[in-house]
Design a binder for this molecule. Structure first.
Ligand code: ZN
Length: 560
């Protein structure tokens, strides 16, 4: 494919600075010429490649499906489930990534949100980040202050199961975000890496491999360098329209120009995914994943689509450039894998979908609005405390939706009065769809029907964990963006109980696969048992929420 003008450094160029990555390639090339075995007798793949594209909604996949020619096009030529469901209500990054390789809803994984509150924590900061260990002295939940950890993940991951079954199996995860790498890899992976301003990082008590350090140095140099504006691909021209933001500025016409050292700008650009894919390819080669006795697992978390969506919305020139660059970089990544001759099976999905900013939705035929700041837990708590004469802070919560926690300093009578008043105020608000108490959700049965049929209460139940969820859980109405103001950061988001945030593609590919399309809804939780079946790894499906999806078109099956 002819390169698009002005595209950022291809992953091939990235890889060239990760020295040593070509070692071992070529020895297995002859295998690439062996024809695929009959489906029913196909041996286990030697390598599983799991790719999460953060915020890649089914809507964006559909929008760009006809424009892609690289790695996304390859995946779209395999077994395609365009309506995979992250079925739960709290469609955030940490819960979504906890589902992908555990086969379980957040109610079971325990990862109910990116952040929740534990008012019994001994430290001053009662907010908990999903991928931290708050017991580490001197830490807090804010960026750069916490100790990264997978301790809150309550279900075993695919990698943990593979290692338990075969200690020779190796598991490597690299992602743009720590929570993506940690929630997909689980505990005991050989290497778990994520992007930081200094390149790559891992757990504070772990040492990075020499190859990871080399990749980190290369990425740090890229972050530190200025980045020139991209030339707009012709396919993106129709989306290149400036949208004015309420607090000033515009989005829609960005080109990702960036001053050296601007890490946030790096993350919200196609460069970030190129860096992660290059590091993944280099680590695969260095550790010879897919070349050993057991099947290995390579986990890749691509976060730039999410940062682009949050920073610029989903329907502008920025997202168009991001998706086309991702397609190209994924294609380069797969070409590197193909060149090894390793029999690998790949799946690509997302942790949640996404939604455009209200200002462009309105221009493009859909009524939408931003949330009323009075719904924020702090504002609502102050109003209720003033009315009832209760001590402040009364209400804790991370956002103007989701989990709301009542102060532990209340008497039982105060608590019951506050709960009733908060609930009444929420239910009376025109932007509120539903409010349930923890007791109501605990008593609600786990939904078992197809996910498009779930009620809002069903969706909240799949996100509910008694020890971690709020005393009240709030769902906003559809198309209410829970970002009140655009002036201080993000302009668009996800996290709602609505299908634009719940539906993601699930794409399976393997050399020789006979592709088919299945438009009916399936669960992202189905990925774990589906991949486990490919490598004959037993999974007790009564203990998880997903089921094996038969990837063989015809009477044979890939499931047990
Ligand atoms: Zn995400």
């Amino acid at each position: 494919m002819k390169p698009l003008p002005g595209r950022p450094a291809s992953i091939g160029r990235w890889i060239s600075v990760c020295a040593g990555m070509t070692r071992g390639l070529g020895a297995l090339l002859a295998m690439a010429f062996a024809g695929p075995a009959a489906a029913q007798s196909q041996p286990a793949p030697k390598l599983l490649v799991v790719i999460s594209v953060d915020q890649l909604s089914s809507d964006i996949f559909t929008e760009y499906r006809g424009l892609v020619t690289g790695g996304l096009a390859r995946m779209a030529g395999g077994v395609v489930f365009p309506a995979g469901y992250q079925a739960h209500a709290a469609t955030e990054t940490c819960p979504g990534h906890s589902v992908i390789l555990t086969g379980s809803h957040p109610a079971r994984t325990g990862v109910i949100a990116n952040n929740w509150f534990d008012l019994t924590l001994p430290r001053d900061d009662k907010r908990v980040y999903c991928a931290e260990d708050p017991a580490v002295p001197g830490t807090a939940s804010g960026a750069g202050k916490y100790a990264a950890s997978g301790q809150y993940l309550l279900m075993p991951t695919l990698g943990e199961r593979m290692k338990a079954a075969s200690p020779a199996a190796r598991v490597v995860a690299v992602a743009g975000k720590d929570r993506a790498a940690i929630m997909m890899a689980g505990k005991g992976a050989d290497e778990t890496l994520w992007l930081v301003p200094g390149g790559l990082a891992t757990y504070r008590d772990s040492a990075m491999s020499p190859m990871a350090r080399q990749a980190s140095t290369a990425i740090a140099a890229a972050i530190a360098a200025d980045s020139a504006p991209l030339n707009l691909p012709v396919q993106c021209a129709a989306r290149d329209i400036a949208i004015a933001l309420p607090q000033g500025g515009t989005v829609g016409t960005g080109r990702f120009a960036r001053a050296g050292g601007n890490f946030r700008g790096f993350l919200a650009s196609p460069q970030a995914d190129g860096a992660v894919l290059a590091a993944a390819a280099a680590l695969r080669a260095d550790r010879k994943l897919g070349e050993g006795a057991a099947t290995d697992l390579l986990i890749v978390g691509l976060s730039a689509t999410d940062y682009v969506g949050h920073s610029f919305g989903t329907e502008g020139a920025e997202m168009c450039q991001q998706i086309l660059s991702l397609d190209r970089d994924l294609g380069d990544f797969f070409a590197r894998l193909d060149a090894t001759g390793i029999d690998y099976a790949a799946v690509l999905t997302a942790d949640h979908g996404g939604h455009d900013l209200p200002e462009r939705l309105i221009q493009n035929a859909i009524p939408a609005e931003r949330v009323d700041p009075a719904l924020a837990p702090s504002a609502l708590g102050a109003a209720v405390a003033a009315k009832l004469g209760l001590p402040e802070p009364l209400l804790y919560g991370d956002a103007p939706f989701g989990d709301y926690y009542l102060s532990k300093a209340l008497t039982p009578a105060q608590r019951s009065a506050a709960l009733a008043e908060v609930r009444a105020r929420l239910l009376a608000h025109r932007q509120v769809e539903a409010v349930f108490t923890a007791d109501e959700l605990a008593a609600h049965p786990m939904p078992r029907r197809s996910p498009e049929l779930w009620s809002v209460k069903d969706r909240m139940r799949a996100s509910f964990h008694a020890a971690r969820s709020g005393d009240l859980v709030l769902a906003l109405k559809p198309r209410v963006t829970p970002i009140a103001e655009t002036g201080v950061g993000y302009v668009a988001t996800h996290g709602s109980a609505w299908d634009y945030d719940r539906r993601v593609p699930m794409l399976f590919w393997r050399k020789g696969i006979v592709g088919f399309e299945q438009p009916n809804p399936v669960l992202v939780a189905d990925i774990l048992p589906t991949l486990a079946a490919l490598i004959a790894l037993p999974v007790d499906t009564a203990a998880i929420d997903g089921r094996c999806l038969d990837l063989v078109s015809g009477p044979a099956t890939s499931c047990p």
